[in-house]
Design a protein around this ligand. Structure first.
Ligand code: CTP
Length: 406
């Protein structure tokens, strides 16, 4: 069988019956599907359904097939792990690394892409515990599909409805086949903040966490792009399938970007690069007893300007700049777009509460060089990344928007 191997974990929500349609869709698309049902799932659906659809035994407990180390074998063989539906409880277990059943044990063994389709009542979805768990999983690179807004169990309706099987099939296909609207494109993303050493223990830095850039890298990969992520120091996990290059200083980032930008279709400059650095880092630690030091700053290279200058009149790479603004967002962004000579500029208001630096969410304006502006309202950085890439895809499809001088 040439198709991908999918490990489909079904947890115990009312939408579990739709997992049968998902399994059917995967098999039809040529995938080999192993199904693991949690104890809760087995209250809603039966193993026989999935065995009939997949033609393979359905696994339940860790202590079945111990000699084969089922959890290890299944997880290693899988190209992608999909949890559909993912209940609040299963999300919490995955976020915390629990290993109390076959699904969660296999999840700890698995190293490839993880796709999660949450489904629960609105209150549970909006609870800070669930929000934090989903953020943790996203930070580790999980692709979260849905939930949709609509009818829930009983008479309730609202956000928390399981995404339809087709939506999840599309996401899985993009991951496993490289299909998607960025398939065949090469995308470079910079992320995080740079650190400029003052002495061996101190540095000048900024509040960037890297989340926006990592979300962009993950989303571009999920849409089929070949992605390289050049990042300042960050504790975030590398999104599956993304090549990561770690750098510390602005000059290192400049060298890494210069090295690779030429062959790219798109360069997304989400990093917060320090404009200035101490002129020389002290070789030994500065001591309190020596009195307050004077630190003289010198200019760092403008990495983005270098990419734009080297591109010249060529159409590629499409260059996307990011601007952290305070005050009149659109006016500042429009000016910066022109100054920097980029094709798209993503502006966020760093003075607004709860969005921007070192937060889970963002709200941005995306400005095209030839005029259109899209306002992306406050949402998880993964959703904002998707909206930004929608604009990138639009700009890529319209050669009139790129490569013109000025
Ligand atoms: N940038 C860069 N190299 C630098 C500084 C910034 O490549 N040395 C890039 C960032 O990755 C981002 C954009 O330029 O895409 C950021 O612009 P902004 O935050 O506005 O910083 P500055 O260019 O320094 O502008 P200003 O100081 O006027 O706010």
């Amino acid at each position: 069988m040439d198709g991908p191997r999918v490990l489909l974990g079904v947890s115990g929500g009312i939408g579990a019956y739709k997992a049968a349609a998902l399994a059917r869709g995967l098999v039809t698309a040529g995938a080999t599907v192993d199904v693991v049902l949690t104890r809760g799932a087995r209250e809603f659906v039966g193993a026989a359904t999935f065995e009939g659809i997949t033609g393979r035994p359905v696994r339940g407990e860790v202590w079945e097939g111990v000699a084969d180390a089922t959890h290890v074998e299944l997880a290693r063989a899988a190209d992608v792990l999909v949890v559909y539906p993912a209940t609040a409880h299963t999300l919490a277990r995955l976020a915390n690394g629990l290993a109390d059943d076959l699904l969660t044990t296999a999840a700890l063994v698995h190293r490839g892409p993880l796709v999660l389709a949450p489904a629960m009542h609105t209150e549970m979805w909006e609870h800070p515990a669930t929000t934090a768990n989903v953020a943790t999983l996203r930070d580790r690179g999980a692709l979260v599909v849905g939930p949709a807004t609509g009818p829930l169990m009983g008479v309730d309706a609202g956000p928390g409805r399981l995404a339809e099987p087709d939506e999840v099939l599309t996401a899985i296909a993009a991951i496993t086949t490289g299909a998607g609207d960025l398939a065949g494109r090469r995308v470079l993303v910079t992320a995080g903040g740079t650190r400029e050493p003052i002495d061996p223990v101190r540095y000048l830095g900024n509040r960037s966490s890297g989340r926006m850039g990592f979300a962009l890298a993950a989303a571009a990969r999920a849409r089929g792009a070949e992605v390289v992520l050049i990042t300042g120091p960050s504790a975030l996990m590398t999104p599956p399938g993304v090549e990561r290059v770690d750098v510390t200083t602005a000059r290192e980032m400049d060298a890494a970007v210069t090295d690779r930008a030429g062959g790219q279709d798109v360069v997304l400059m989400a990093a917060a690069v320090a404009d200035f650095r101490p002129d020389a880092a002290h070789a030994t630690k500065l001591r309190r007893g020596d009195g307050p030091p004077t630190v003289t700053l010198v200019a760092n290279p403008d990495v983005l300007a270098g990419v734009v200058a080297r591109r010249g009149a060529a159409a590629r790479p499409l260059v996307v700049g990011f601007a952290a603004e305070t005050g009149d967002l659109e006016a500042g962004a429009r000016r910066k777009l022109a100054e920097k000579g980029v094709d798209l500029l993503v502006a966020n208001d760093v003075a607004a509460a709860g969005v921007g630096f070192d937060t889970e969410e963002n709200a941005v304006l995306v400005l095209h060089r030839d005029g259109p502006v899209r306002a992306v309202p406050r949402a998880a950085k993964a959703a904002v990344a998707t909206a930004i890439l929608d604009e990138v895809v639009t700009a890529l499809g319209d050669p009139g928007r790129v490569g013109t001088s000025g």
